[in-house]
Design a protein around this ligand. Structure first.
Ligand code: MN
Length: 231
């Protein structure tokens, strides 16, 4: 095969406790999937889940025991953290029923849906796409993927984020408006899910700004911690 320019390296995420790498296909994200976060964004009630995407190469993989680094992005004065449970799809499918969704899950990870909130809000106001607020370079730091069979009960796990050691976000996965299985049902009715797809499932309340130099530490019970510095 002759290419016009060198083909990009595949985007991969390490699998915890093994030497396997998980090749990433797409990054789907769920909007406003915890009641208290929906409220802090000015919404209430259970709306149908909605989705946006980040490019796969926005992923910043942070191996266990290391501190990742993301540059403070351009154009924003209000970079927000959103700690999220990430679901890694191992088997694709379309029109997957919630009752069968677990058969399609390879594993779980801790992720950050970094957001240029000022730009996202401006796009919302103008009815324009969120890409510039959500889908920028380095906007998706993520820890290693823990295989689902090694996770006791993800729906009962706690989720937290601290910044410089101070609590910012603390909740439970059980508070998801649309749980993991329901999210897969909805998402797979709109797109054919593929092995390698990642789903950022939404963030609990407490989203706020970080500045250059801040150290974010997030975690989910059973999945370990994710440490990322803004540089
Ligand atoms: Mn989010």
């Amino acid at each position: 095969m002759k290419y016009t320019h060198p083909a990009p390296d595949p985007v991969v995420a390490p699998v915890r406790g093994s030497d396997l790498q998980f090749p990433v296909h797409r990054i789907y994200c769920v909007g406003r999937n915890y009641v208290e976060h929906a409220k802090e964004m000015g919404f209430s009630g259970r709306e149908a889940p909605f989705f946006f995407l980040k490019p796969a190469d926005a992923l910043v993989v942070v191996p266990t025991g290391t501190i990742g680094s993301i540059p403070y992005p351009s154009l924003t004065q209000n970079l927000h953290h959103e700690i999220e449970l990430v679901v890694a799809i191992g088997r694709g499918g379309r029109h997957i029923r919630a009752a069968q969704a677990h058969e399609h899950i390879f594993g779980y990870a801790v992720g950050l849906d970094m957001t240029r909130r000022d730009l996202q809000n401006e796009m919302k106001k103008q009815g324009r796409p969120w890409c510039i607020g959500k889908a920028f370079d380095h906007s998706a730091p993520m820890g290693p993927i823990t295989p689902a069979k090694q996770v006791a009960d993800i729906e009962q796990a706690g989720i937290y984020l601290t910044v410089n050691g101070q609590d910012r976000q603390r909740s439970q996965i059980s508070k998801l408006i649309w749980n993991v299985a329901e999210t897969i049902e909805h998402l797979s009715s709109a797109w054919d899910l593929q092995p390698g797809d990642l789903i950022f499932t939404g963030t609990p309340e407490g989203v706020a700004a970080v500045v250059a130099g801040d150290l974010m530490e997030g975690g989910i019970d059973g999945l370990g911690a994710l440490e990322v510095r803004v540089s």
